[in-house]
Design a protein around this ligand. Sequence first.
Ligand code: NAD
Length: 498
Amino acid sequence: MPTTALLAPLDRVTAFLDQVHGSFIDGQTVTGANDLFEVLDPATAQPISRTHLADGATVDRCVAAARAAFDSGSWSRLRPADRERILLRFADLVEQHGEELAQLETLEQGKSIHIARAIEVGGSVEYMRYMAGWATKLEGQTLDVSIPVPAGARYNAYTRREAVGVVAGIVPWNFPLMIALWKVMPALAAGNSIIIKPADETPLTVLRVAALAIEAGIPAGVFNVLIGRGAEAGAALVAHPGVNKVSFTGSTAVGKQVGMAALQNMTRFSLELGGKNPMLLLDDADLEKAVGGALMGGLLNQGQVCAAASRFFVPRRLHAAFLEALSAAVGGMTLGAGLDPNAQINPLVSRKQQRSVLDHLQQARQQGAKVTVGGAAPDLPGFFVQPTVLEVNAEMSVAQEEVFGPVLSVLAYDDLDEALRQINASRYGLTASIWSNDLSRTLDLIPRIEAGTVWVNSHVPVDPNLPFGGYKQSGIGREFGRGAVEAFTELKSVCIAY
Ligand code: NAD
């Protein structure tokens, strides 16, 4: 059921959309004679803004600006307490501009204004303040060493953390502002310069926050934004010898290319990739809570969440009741634009993503999946797909491949060990959840699940202090927490004879 009453964008949102944008390098917008790219509103499929795309010379210029800013020491050698203070001011500015950023995000990405406010902006501001604090808390160790030469020599040894240099942060389109800040904040807390390359579809909010970073006092050239296509500007950035570290979030297929390109220069890299995340109900699961968890964990941002629950393992005894309750809840959801405060399901980000999800659904049907609700594109102008529940088995492609859309695949199981085998048979290992109040069985299962995060009786919450990342082909490295900051540093050992 579509709805229609839309929130009117703020005047400054409209004014920002009316500008012609380009890469943001050394505190300046770089346009030039290169291609213009139209940013579309996923709810209408109509253009809302335009950006210039970077060519090879712009990529070189961007890396040179980030390098010059790093070498100048204006940020990298600033007192840690001053870096922290400026990063906290940056967080305050993002909070003050929260409504503007949330509306821009909804307009370019399609997501609900409620999610844009609460997660993309609200969650980011908390993350920013958490990461700002790490600027003053990096530390090394003093170490006892036993070096026997020359006879009688004594040594003092310690380690220190040093900024790695110029960081390239490559970001997907599903949470463009939040995931950019997941990279910007720890990189800057550690004293680096950074270049963010957003996805083609969603360049706007990160451009706006880069301008706010200058307003906060972050020196020009320390936080740059490169606007360009992945296979061109993105690939050139990753392969650039002036880049010291690549932090990539996106698909597993592109992540492999990025890792291989980075290795050519021994550029450090970390990868946050895709997932096919299970939600495992035990036979004592609270069905009502599990259905609520499936809606939140599976349909947040239309399922365009790397951590989203997308395959639901349900004991045979509960299967029919779970499927019925989930299908009823999903079938009652309201579709509409992200700026419609009453809409519960919003458009996908692009025509390409809409087609990809519909192709997965067609293949699922061909392989025998039963559609209990949804399964098609509604008659709306934007890139919508109806929220869908499928009854599947573990062999079907839809139970194995990342769909990245509003598609929930439900499987019945008779034997818990067999369900666990199917869960771990995936090439992915990002997240999982267990739904039970049986503490002993749950604690027994947690170490047996191959996933970077296991939730119990919830699915999808993240916290800045809790490491996040994947096993297997879901990635290399972890974001959040101390490890995220340390991943933007080199470890130097110092050994002093005295
Ligand atoms: P994608 O891999 O197509 O693109 C990600 C980014 O890489 C974009 O900025 C794109 O322009 C760029 N890119 C594309 N080709 C490139 C190349 N050859 N070299 C360098 N950069 C290149 O992913 P997407 O479609 O934007 O996002 C969806 C994917 O991201 C899903 O698989 C999802 O699971 C994953 N994701 C993972 C996490 C996580 O934390 N693990 C979070 C969000 C999204």
